[in-house]
Each structure stands twice: as structure tokens, then as C-alpha cells.
Design a protein around this ligand. Structure first.
Ligand code: PMP
Length: 367
């Protein structure tokens, strides 16, 4: 049998494992930061209508520039952040992972480096590797906030080509304040200049306003967003960015032609028509997230403040054993490898109750 390592693989891929949380059949799955609410029926019907219309033209390639979709995404950002965004400033792809990949293909690559503050979204490092971009670990404080002075030193020393700032950060839930972003941005401009990518995949769940207004007058700043979380459409695969129009022109140098299928574009447009309903679910999830924080603290857990649809909690002598114990109670959470900590996604009230009951039982078993 041929093994991967028998193939003439790129050196940096040897011995590596693909990204992926376990997809286990468990009653309560709170491990991948999905939105627990299925799309409402009127939206499902509207998707069917719009996809049927798109299907009548599937003999043709889709709109390569996704003009209608980018117009609606720009309108959504303008409406929800109060910051005027135009279609020329928006780009869309198959999930924000693809957006990030296109950014690294454009601004990273062999001989270049990207910096992230870890623990953070592990795909930043993996997409860097996949695009041949060197990866640099930036520091975080013990409370998982970014130590600005230490970060400025790292940027000055290593002069990265791309700096990732994940806010709210996955897996910790920590939001980054505008002042910190500006200081890191300025440090990155003084050092190189480089591109600063703010990953706001969980932006809609934050207690704080979006960092999007910082784009004004900063052509090297990019904000990345997704419909996977707030829009409850992880299966759709639709991510997007907002930036200076020059950045949108630049990523088109690397995007595959017709990368965004007509079916995807039609589905995303239908979802955007139902924004208000979907953002109503976000409000419910924010309240549930806050309840998880309060109840876990009441149990004696150390819980990181969360601005996302998930909560990081601990501290456990053996986080993996606690992960397994919760699984034995039918609840799947995530072990991101952060020492002593686990991460739970806010689910429906019933799912969260099941998780909290399982936690109480596990804490009792351990005492
Ligand atoms: N950024 C962050 C911080 C994430 O947690 C995720 C998904 N887990 C993504 C980007 C990618 O999401 P998607 O490709 O579904 O848009």
C-alpha cells in the first residue's frame, strides 16, 4: 500500500495531519462553533427559489465578479457597523478560509512570513504552510490578551509580511480593542510595510463594535468575515473581506476563475434577504453564551471572557481526560490543545443545559 510519505511530497507537508475536529455521532455536539439553529423554513423556501432560478443558467459560468452578492454584503456591513462600505471594497470566496488563503497567496508565499498571536485559529498557521509562507508565533499574556509591547517588538524584529489579528479570538473568545489593532498596524507599517488581517469570523457575537471602521485611510488593513457563524450557514461556504479596493483587485490575481458557484451566490443572496431573522438568533446565542460563562464560573471554573459564540473554560489537570468524561456523558466539546482548557460552543438552551449538567457530573466525579 502506498503511504503519503512514499509520495514526492513537499518537505513541509511530511509527517503532518490534516486540520479537523472529530466528527462524532454524539447527542450534543458543541465542538465546532456552528450555529445550532437550522435556517428558518421561509428562508429555505427562498433558497430553493433562487437556486432554481440559478439552475436555469447552469450551462453558463457564474458571475466571476459576484457583483450582486458583493453589493449586498457591502450593504450588510454598512448597515450593521455604521461604516460606509462599497462593493469595490468587498470580496467573497468559499468560506473565509478561502479568503485567508487568497490573501496569503497574494501577500505571503515562499520567502515571506506571517505572524499570529497564539493560541489562535490554527488555520492561520496551516494556510500559511499550505501557501509556502513561513509562520511566526506571536506572544499572548496569561489571560490570553495580546501584550502590545511584546507584539510590537516581535513585529519590529521579524518584519512579517502578513499579521493576523483574530477578534474575537478563536479558541479563547477574547476580543481585541481598536487601540491594540492600531498599534500593531502601525508597528507593521513601520517594520515592512505589511498587510494586517483582522479575522472577524465571530464579529457579530461580540459585546464590542466591529473593527471595520479602522479600514478608513488604511489600505494595508483587511477585515475578514463569514456567513458560517452569525448567518447559521456553515454548510454554504461563504466568506468575505472588506478592504481598500486595491486589495480586492490584488486578490483577483490569485483567485481561480469562477471560484464562487452560481448556486453558492444564489444561496448567499437568499440568506442576506433574511438577515434580520438570522441576527435575532445571534442575540439569543449571545445571551446563552453569557449564561454559560456565568454558570461555569459558579461551578468554580476559570472562564475566559467571551465575545464569540463559544466559551473557553478550565483549568483542568488533564483537559483531555475532562474532554473524554464529557463525551462519556454524550457531550462533545473541543480540546484545542490549550493547556488545561477546553472550548464549548453555545448551542440551544437545551444543549447548553445538557452540557452544564454533564459538567456538574464530571466535576463531582473528580472530587
Ligand atoms: N476564522 C476563524 C477565527 C474561525 O474560527 C473559522 C471557522 N472555524 C474561520 C475563520 C473559517 O470559517 P469559514 O471558512 O467557515 O468561513
Amino acid at each position: 500500500m502506498t503511504r503519503i510519505d512514499d509520495l514526492p511530497l513537499r518537505d513541509e507537508l511530511r509527517g503532518k495531519t490534516p486540520y479537523g475536529a472529530p466528527q462524532l455521532e454524539v447527542p450534543v455536539r458543541l465542538n465546532t462553533n456552528e450555529n445550532p439553529y437550522p435556517l428558518p423554513e421561509p428562508l429555505v423556501a427562498r433558497i430553493a427559489e433562487r437556486v432554481a432560478e440559478a439552475a436555469r443558467h447552469l450551462n453558463r459560468y457564474p458571475d466571476r465578479d459576484a457583483v450582486e452578492l458583493r453589493t449586498e454584503l457591502a450593504a450588510y456591513l454598512t448597515r450593521t457597523t455604521g461604516h460606509q462600505v462599497t462593493r469595490a471594497q468587498v470580496w467573497a470566496a468559499n468560506g473565509s478560509n478561502e479568503v485567508l488563503q487568497q490573501l496569503l497567496q497574494t501577500f505571503g508565499g515562499p520567502g515571506r512570513t506571517a505572524l499570529g498571536f497564539e493560541p489562535s485559529y490554527s488555520m492561520h498557521a496551516l494556510i500559511s504552510r499550505g501557501t509556502g509562507t513561513g509562520w511566526l508565533h506571536g506572544p499572548r499574556r496569561a489571560d490570553f490578551t495580546i501584550d502590545v509591547e511584546a507584539a510590537e517588538c516581535t513585529i519590529a524584529e521579524h518584519k512579517p509580511d502578513v499579521v493576523f489579528i483574530c477578534s474575537p479570538n478563536n479558541p479563547t473568545g477574547t476580543a481585541v480593542d481598536a487601540q491594540t489593532v492600531l498599534r500593531l498596524h502601525d508597528a507593521a507599517q513601520a517594520a515592512k510595510p505589511s498587510m494586517v488581517v483582522v479575522d472577524e469570523a465571530y464579529g457579530e457575537f461580540s459585546h464590542h463594535p466591529s473593527l471595520l471602521p479602522l479600514l478608513a485611510g488604511r489600505p494595508h488593513l483587511v477585515v475578514s468575515r463569514t456567513m458560517s457563524k452569525a448567518f447559521g450557514a456553515a454548510g454554504l461556504r461563504l466568506g468575505y473581506l472588506a478592504a481598500d479596493p486595491a486589495v480586492v483587485d490584488a486578490v483577483q490575481l490569485v483567485r481561480l476563475p469562477y471560484h464562487l458557484s452560481a448556486v453558492t451566490q444564489a444561496t448567499a443572496l437568499a440568506a442576506l434577504e433574511h438577515t434580520d431573522t438570522l441576527l435575532g438568533y445571534v442575540e439569543q446565542l449571545k445571551a446563552e453564551r453569557d449564561r454559560l460563562v456565568t454558570e461555569l464560573r459558579a461551578m468554580g471554573c476559570e472562564v475566559t471572557d467571551s465575545d464569540a459564540n463559544f466559551v473557553q473554560f478550565g483549568v483542568f489537570d488533564d483537559a483531555h481526560a475532562t474532554w473524554q468524561a464529557l463525551l462519556d456523558h454524550g457531550v462533545l466539546v473541543r480540546d484545542n490543545g490549550v493547556p488545561g482548557r477546553l472550548r464549548v460552543t453555545a448551542g440551544t438552551p437545551a444543549e447548553n443545559d445538557a452540557f452544564l449538567d454533564a459538567m456538574r457530573a464530571v466535576m463531582k466525579e473528580n472530587n
